[in-house]
Ligand binder design. Sequence first.
Ligand code: M6R
Length: 615
Amino acid sequence: MCGIVGYLGEQPAFPLIIKGLKRLEYRGYDSAGVAVIDTKGSLTHHRKKGKVDDLLAHVGDDVPTGHLGIGHTRWATHGPPNDVNAHPHLSGDGQLALIHNGIIENYHALKETLIARGHSFYSDTDTEVLVHLIAEVMKSSEELDLFEATRVALNEVVGAYAIAVVDIARPDELILARKSSPLVIGIGECEYFVASDATPIIEYTKNVVYLEDEEVARVSLSAGLKIRTIKNHRVTPVITELEMALESIEKGGYEHFMLKEIHEQPKSIADCLRGRLRLGHGTIRMAGIDDHESMWTEAKRLIIVACGTSWHAGLVAEYMFEDFVRIPVEVEYASEFRYRNPVLGEGDILIAISQSGETADTLAAIRMAKERGAHVFGICNVVGSSISRESDSGAYTHAGPEIGVASTKAFTAQLTVLALVAMRVGQLRGTMDPQQLNRLMVGLDGVPEKVEALLKKESDFKAIAEAYKAAPNALFLGRGYNFPVALEGALKLKEISYIHAEGYPAAEMKHGPIALIDENMPVFIVATQDAHYEKVLSNIQEVKARGGKIIAVVTAGDTEVARMADHTIEVLPAQDALVPILSTIPFQLLSYHIAVMLDRNVDQPRNLAKSVTVE
Ligand code: M6R
């Protein structure tokens, strides 16, 4: 949550920072601000409640000049979203400006100490405490410059931070630090870019340095990049080359990123399969598994941790691993798991699933699992993200940047990677016979084309969306592999349309939710021809008997459900384990169109952020 951007170089900083903030707005969008220092050492500072465009309107023609600047787009934690709590925050004497992504957990104790030393505060934020703390350390010893003072001050801090700090006395220097929140430094020709992820940097340079936990960096036009740990050990920067393409982070003619990302799914699934699915050889190649073969063949148990949509992918994987590998599997919310005292150790493999690779709870869960001796296998979309770097091994989903807050193509890519992992492990452990494996491989190979066919039915989705856009509530049902699809369908609808929706295993309906059904209740149900088909037909009858409206996702050619349902959406036939990759797409598109019809902010729904880097 929160996006941070910084620039030091020869170009005017302000336009670069604004452009970068717009790229990072998916991380938080309740207020935004900038601070720019010009060569004469004067600081211009603007902050505004609302989006980056509101900040721009507020700045108007009074555009700050200068070649050093920092900017922030906020997702509020401490204090409501308003102008005063927006970043950057200034030290009491106005000499330092600081932006922050994360939470300073001991801010209250630090604040009390600073107040006792004469500091006063204007905001409710933990960030303001941090900038005062650095100023206090600088004041306490004239020997300490901003870099050293930041390093020393961070030793007092408990919590998560990615920060950028500037000092009006040093218009040639930008200080950065991180712990548990991401920070990337782009290295150009006589210029440096800083951001929470690489998207604001990619059009200027491909050379980046990912700052590690508890590292503090100084970038200076005269002295270059220097990194030390907060304990004062020297670190040699490692430059990585970015592989991301600029087009992948633009809308490409679509009205919203979410729609673009839904339509990218045939390609993102194919990208995820490329080089891994080796049909000609009758095998699957996944370096993250093959390089640790004995660990997978000897593993006693799998524990899957994730949040939100990624957790739903984990639930689908539970069915896959049980079917293909015959191994015990537990699927846990990372936020619960990290605070339990789980029985965990050597012989366990913890699979962490995360699109962003930065979700604070998932990161904490993998750290706990590593401490207890489990092997951590990370499934992430963002290359170079914290979870991908801290995992012992893993696999990228290769879905490309996902900007819309509602996860779509990352989810289907997660399902695809998880199918590949389960199939490969089943192959290695001998729990899948070659024919079964081959059939599934052929099935997976055909998925992108089936998704393509589904996406051509856009007008059908719009008509159904029109019919149910005014519903105050909705129920999503599914069984077996499609139970998590029901959960995901409900999450999609509620997060972007703000319609209350519940996802349930279809058979659980009669244990409570059936009381909600009347003629105003749309029931979205996956009724594909799988192992549970007959049972789902009975569940549809139960809904119809109570007047509920049925919108069913069915296998192409099905006439039985069509006789009972108010609307059907056909998906092409696929093996049970692969159906979720298809059956989830109608729910993505229905949610999208309902949200558009209700005039919601589809890409940046209220109160949400793409990357949840606070717990
Ligand atoms: O980046 P992650 O996959 O770790 O994110 C997990 C959730 O925050 C995320 O899936 C969230 O639920 C999305 N808004 C769902 O669309």
